[in-house]
Design a protein around this ligand. Structure first.
Ligand code: ATP
Ligand code: MG
Length: 456
């Protein structure tokens, strides 16, 4: 038997909880809710499910993509000495009174009270919590600096218009890092290093991005940069100057000319903000009294930086940039699975030919041995369906490599059909050449995408 059905193998497509639902074009309410291509594809293909406007269930494939992104970010954070912590979701409102933000961002805050009538907010970000943690230990020793603390947790914002699915949610996953330094020079050096590390993260994800001067907004501080994916549905406008390569959010630089060189033939494009870095100075550390003891024994106020990456937004934005209206596309670095194997249809000549062999499971096992593809291979075991039907499905689901055991599997030597979606390439290969091909292509694309960056 080609596929044993006894065990509930997790690498069989039929065992994956992926409720596919085509959203009818004429469903009035649904149509109003769906505001972007990525949102529709992710809903229809069972990657996420809307719980209420701005709140989403992540289904197994969505979680898998998110875990890949999380691992990629964790690896890079580890490389630069980031230490992972978790701040409480509930932040005492008093902390936000101290920073003044209880007033300035009031309308976006989810505010709640406990049974003793104490006020809390569901944290939208954690500058106050981070400063208050360090203040409670202050003065810390200069030897502990620079201190780089980060977390990957849900954030809560009462967005006036939650939309575009994961891109603007009321609850979303953010990686946020808070850094403490001895003085402004050290803080700026740290800032540059962390921006560098963000560049690496975006290069590894593999989608072209642009880093621009950003506005500090209600966060405050001295210097800020935003990372954007260019897309028509982007809600920010980005100015780029082809002459001097300056780029900035038009919020801070207008739209008429390059503020750096005066060039008037600038480019304006729309961007989705996927990351934001802030050099904060002592905006939070001073009111919270977060201090350190310098080498000559004097207490000094810490200099601070804060660094956000919208992880759930990055997933949706990546899909938005790469997909067509009908078919989802993932960067291989984030694809829930990178390879799908399509065994022959039940009752077909090809199935007969292979009936005493272990061809499918053994191919699966050999691909899984390629280290970058471990836990990344699926078998589409719905063999009641033709290969053609399952192939179209696999394409719509955007598995970067689709391998079919089609007509040529009966030849000597047997040939496998492989389609590389990224390169739009179709080849017939023997098992060994197939493995060589996947090894070469998959390792280069899943670990280090060749994203290009324009930065200032
Ligand atoms: P925006 O201008 O899009 O509202 P922001 O500038 O308020 O975002 P930051 O406070 O800089 O957001 O948060 C850091 C990152 O978190 C953003 O760069 C973005 O990627 C992500 N993010 C912010 N708000 C949301 C949201 N409502 N849903 C999903 N991701 C978000
Ligand atoms: Mg921002």
């Amino acid at each position: 038997m080609l596929l044993k059905n006894s065990a509930r193998f997790s690498h069989r497509l039929s065992n994956i909880f992926q409720p596919v639902s085509v959203i009818p074009k004429d469903a009035e309410i649904k149509r109003q809710d769906i505001t972007s291509k990525s949102q529709r594809l992710m809903l229809e293909l069972g990657i996420i499910k809307q719980a209420s406007p701005g709140c989403f269930h992540f289904l197994p494939l969505g979680v898998k993509a998110l875990e890949k992104l999380t691992n990629l970010v964790d690896e890079e954070m580890k490389r630069i000495g980031g230490q992972k912590i978790i701040f409480p979701t509930l932040t005492n409102s008093k902390l936000w009174e101290i920073s003044g933000r209880l007033e300035t961002v009031s309308s976006e805050l989810f505010k709640i009270k406990d049974r003793h009538d104490h006020g809390y907010i569901l944290s939208p970000t954690h500058e106050e919590a981070a400063s208050s943690l360090i203040a409670s230990l202050s003065p810390i020793s200069y030897k502990q600096l620079p201190l780089r603390l980060y977390q990957i947790t849900n954030k809560y914002r009462d967005e006036i218009k939650p939309r575009f699915g994961l891109m603007r949610g009321k609850q979303f996953l953010m990686k946020d890092m808070y850094c403490f330094d001895v003085d402004t020079t050290a803080a700026k050096q740290n800032y540059d290093q962390i921006c560098n590390s963000y560049d690496n993260i975006f290069k590894k994800i593999g989608i072209d991005f642009i880093k621009v001067l950003g506005s500090s907004g209600t966060m405050g501080g001295e210097l800020s940069h935003e990372y954007h994916y260019k897309a028509d549905i982007g809600e920010d406008k980005i100015l780029t100057c082809p002459k001097c390569s300056y780029s900035a959010n038009t919020e801070i630089s207008g739209e008429k000319q390059c503020p750096k060189c005066g060039n008037q033939s600038i480019e304006i494009s729309f961007g989705i903000e996927v990351g934001h870095t802030f050099l904060l100075g002592d905006k939070y550390s001073k009111p919270f009294k977060a201090t350190y003891l310098s080498s000559n024994g004097k207490p000094e106020v810490l200099q601070m930086g804060s660094y956000g990456l919208g992880l759930s937004r990055i997933l949706a934005a990546a899909v938005e940039v790469l997909s067509s209206e009908q078919e989802i596309r993932w960067p291989p670095s984030l694809a829930p699975y990178n390879v799908i194997i399509l065994p022959p249809k039940r009752g077909s000549k090809e199935e007969q030919h292979l009936k005493d062999s272990n061809a499918v499971e053994s191919l699966y096992a050999r691909i899984e041995e390629i280290s970058s593809l471990k836990n990344n291979v699926l078998i589409d075991d719905r063999i009641g369906l033709t290969i053609g039907k399952r192939f179209l499905d696999a394409k719509r689901n955007g598995y970067p490599y689709i391998i079919a055991l089609g007509k040529k599997i009966t030849q000597d030597p047997p040939l496998y059909e492989i389609v590389n979606l990224d390169k739009n390439e179709q080849l017939y290969l023997s098992e060994n050449s197939l493995l060589d091909y996947i090894q070469t292509h998959a390792s280069s694309s899943s670990s280090s995408g060749e994203a290009s960056a324009i930065s200032i």
